[in-house]
Ligand binder design. Structure first.
Ligand code: GRF
Length: 208
């Protein structure tokens, strides 16, 4: 059984989708813990209600990012993860932390990377006149919102869309592609080579 640790900062809807798919589909894995950087992160309640260990490492309690990340890694490693999943975790992580989990840390970002790394992706896509947007699951590298792409979803931009309608449409696809990508990881179906990820069964890595 592979052990998954999920980091959240807030709502945790992607974490919920992962927990549910893992149970329903009988992955060779378990969500060993959900860790938040904010005690108020709503997702912690869902995790606790499902018998999953939870922990909080409050970044505000540390003088430096390095000190925060040292403690965060200590707490995470206590759960012995095979895979670390960032699911709406709103802290930028330093290179030492990222390297420690290299090849076993995934993130989801609500844009078609490499377009629109960073915040306010839907607003920026609308301003740019994009006709399609989406979400990207990728391995985490020290550069923010970069890293080898595991799976993407593509959704249309419709007349009258604003950043909220777009965010909602994209989020529904996040709840499909993130569990799918993680399932492949725990099944050993992902191959990472030269910064590119292939699915060993040839399954489609795009949801349209
Ligand atoms: C998602 O849109 C995700 O792509 C982004 O932050 C949001 C988290 O939502 N990184 P939730 O906490 O999973 O509901």
């Amino acid at each position: 059984m592979k052990r998954i640790v999920i980091l959240i900062s807030g709502r945790g809807s992607n974490m919920e989708a992962i927990v549910q798919r893992c149970a329903e589909q009988g992955w060779p894995a378990q969500v060993a813990a959900v860790v938040a950087n904010r005690a108020e992160a709503q997702g912690l309640q869902f995790a606790a209600a499902h018998g999953i260990a939870t922990a909080v490492v409050d970044h505000k309690a540390f003088a430096t990012r390095e000190a925060f990340e040292t403690e965060l890694a200590r707490v995470i490693d206590g759960f012995e993860p095979d895979l670390l999943v960032l699911a709406g975790f709103m802290r930028i992580l330093g290179a030492a932390f990222v390297r420690h989990y290299e090849g076993r840390m995934l993130n989801i970002h609500p844009s078609l990377l490499p377009a629109f790394p960073g915040l306010h992706t839907h607003r920026r896509a609308l301003q740019a006149g994009c006709k399609a947007v989406g979400a990207t699951v990728h391995f985490v590298t020290p550069e923010l919102d970069h890293g080898p792409i595991v799976m993407q979803s593509v959704v249309p931009v419709r007349p009258g869309d604003d950043e909220h309608t777009l965010a909602e449409r994209v989020l529904a696809t996040e709840h499909v592609i993130y569990p799918q990508a993680i399932r492949w990881f725990v099944q050993g179906k992902l191959q990472l080579e030269d910064g590119r990820v292939s699915q060993l069964d040839g399954a489609s890595q795009v949801l349209i």
